[in-house]
Design a protein around this ligand. Structure first.
Ligand code: BGC
Length: 251
């Protein structure tokens, strides 16, 4: 297929699943199926790289020649991964963008997963045109965050690693903690309430956006959370990472 100027591939690498799709960046929408492969056990660099190659393969001929953006659950600075919370420690200090470029034979743009979700909401979603500070939180295997201030992303904020009750708050309040501890939605909402109240006290956002897979079921927990700022679900839900990563691929 001839390269289409406003189409790009987004790959979203999570602690549990790796997902990809082709995005129309004029509309901010997926124009292909969303393909998914479970994240390989241990999430080591070679296994994640070969799974990323398989994912692009699943997108078929339409993916050929398109630029690729990859979002990843770690601090990312200048294409280098600097942390590893729900993935192998071997990622710390790796030139991930170069490794992906070599494996996928494409130029790669690499970004933190929550920052990608934030960019999708900023360009195509509920944060578009919002003045002041919007805080996007992604509730999944961990808790990711993106700060959007007056239309610009402030990258690598890592609110999931606030220390709360002696541990990283994501270990206690993420969506995977709810499943691990087998607690009810209202018990989980009580944990989230502590998280959001603390975040609100620290940063006084104007808008709080809740994303991640669990934002498909907002009625189960969102009405139980109170906040000063409005708290809303992400428009792109589980596709935000793919869309945001793809939007960076076009530069
Ligand atoms: C990582 C973040 C990531 C978040 C959501 C955290 O454990 O440190 O970089 O955004 O999980 O995947």
């Amino acid at each position: 297929m001839a390269q289409t100027a406003d189409h790009a591939i987004g790959i979203d690498i999570g602690g549990t699943g790796m997902k990809a799709g082709i995005v129309d960046l004029a509309a901010g929408e997926l124009i292909s199926d969303r393909v998914r492969i479970p994240t390989p056990e241990g999430a080591t660099p070679p296994d994640v790289l070969s799974t990323a190659k398989d994912l692009v393969g699943l997108l078929g001929d339409a993916a050929e020649g398109l630029p690729i953006g990859v979002c990843f659950p770690a601090i990312v600075k200048n294409g280098v991964t600097l942390s590893a919370a729900n993935i192998s420690d071997e990622w710390i200090g790796l030139e991930a963008d170069k490794l992906f470029s070599a494996t996928l034979e494409h130029e790669i743009h690499f970004v933190n997963d929550a920052d990608a979700a934030g960019l999708a909401e900023l360009e195509f979603g509920v944060a578009k045109g919002q003045p002041g500070l919007s805080i996007v939180t992604t509730l999944g295997t961990g808790i990711g965050s993106a700060f959007l201030f007056d239309g610009k992303l402030v990258p690598n904020t890592e609110l999931g690693h606030l220390i709360w009750r002696g541990t990283d708050i994501e270990k206690w309040a993420s969506a995977s903690a709810r499943e691990r501890d087998d607690i009810s939605w209202s018990e989980w909402a009580a944990r989230l309430q502590e998280f959001y109240a603390h975040v609100e006290f620290l940063f006084s956002p104007d808008l709080i956006i809740v994303g991640g897979g669990v934002s498909k079921n907002p009625d189960k927990f969102l009405p139980l959370i109170t906040s000063r700022a409005p708290i809303v679900t992400a428009q792109h839900r589980n596709n935000a990472g793919i869309i945001g990563a793809a939007s960076l691929a076009l530069g």
